[in-house]
Design a binder for this molecule. Sequence first.
Ligand code: F3S
Length: 69
Amino acid sequence: MTIQITVRVDPDKCQGHARCSALAPELFRLDEFGNAQERQSACHDPDLIDKAYIARANCPEEAIIITER
Ligand code: F3S
């Protein structure tokens, strides 16, 4: 069975701490205001899935939302 997740940044919670883009640059980038945006929302690569969870664990604002599908 292939695990797939969807990654999203809640723009109302993100305060631009930039840990997500440092830990998982494949998944997150910063916009012109320094807030995170998803580079890709759907993800099934196991290494990227691990990175997504690490990024979520390191976001002080709990702004990263991961949904398993
Ligand atoms: Fe924002 Fe959290 Fe990343 S505050 S920039 S989603 S580490």
